[in-house]
Design a protein around this ligand. Structure first.
Ligand code: RB5
Length: 145
C-alpha cells in the first residue's frame, strides 16, 4: 500500500507522528510537505496531494491541518476525491465502508496522537461495502461529471 501524506504548519507535528506510524507498518509513504512549523497555506498542500491520489499515484491520502476542515474543503474540490474529516474511530470506518473515502483529513490541533493513530489504523483496515452505498456514492460522482 502507498499513502500520500501532507500537512500545513498546524498539522506538521502530527504528520511526522503518523508518517512514522505508517512506516513502522511497512507502508510506503510519500510526503507532500510541509517540512517544518513555518506558517504556510493549506491549499498548497491539499491540492497537489489530492491530484496525485486522484491520478492513481497513491492508494490513499492523509491531510492534516489545525482542524482538518481547510484540508477537507480544498481536497474535495479535486475531481475524484472523497475526503473525509474524521475525529473518531466510528467515523473512520464509516468513511471507508459507506463513503469509499480516498483521503483522510485530521485536525492536528484537535486530536491526541494516540487517537489519531487509532483513526488512521481503522480507516486503513476498513473497506468499501458497495451495494446501497455504491448507489449513493455514484450519485455524487455523477454530479461531479
Ligand atoms: C492555520 O492557522 C489553520 O487555519 C489551518 O491549519 C486549518 O485549521 C484550516 O482549516
Amino acid at each position: 500500500m502507498k499513502i500520500a501524506i501532507g500537512s500545513d504548519h498546524a498539522g506538521f507535528e502530527l504528520k511526522e507522528t503518523i508518517k512514522t506510524f505508517l512506516k513502522e507498518k511497512g507502508i510506503e509513504v510519500i510526503d507532500f510537505g510541509t517540512y517544518s512549523e513555518e506558517r504556510v497555506d493549506y491549499p498548497d498542500y491539499a491540492i497537489p496531494l489530492a491530484e496525485s491520489v486522484a491520478n492513481g499515484e497513491e492508494d490513499f491520502g492523509i491531510l492534516i491541518c489545525g482542524t482538518g476542515i481547510g484540508m477537507s474543503i480544498a481536497a474535495n474540490k479535486v475531481k475524484g476525491i472523497r475526503a473525509s474529516l474524521c475525529s473518531d474511530v466510528y467515523s473512520a470506518h464509516s468513511a471507508r465502508e459507506h463513503n469509499n473515502a480516498n483521503v483522510l483529513c485530521l485536525g492536528g490541533r484537535v486530536l491526541g496522537k494516540e487517537l489519531a493513530k487509532e483513526i488512521v489504523d481503522k480507516w486503513l483496515s476498513s473497506s468499501f461495502l458497495g451495494g446501497r452505498h455504491k448507489r449513493r456514492v455514484d450519485k455524487i460522482m455523477n454530479y461531479e461529471k
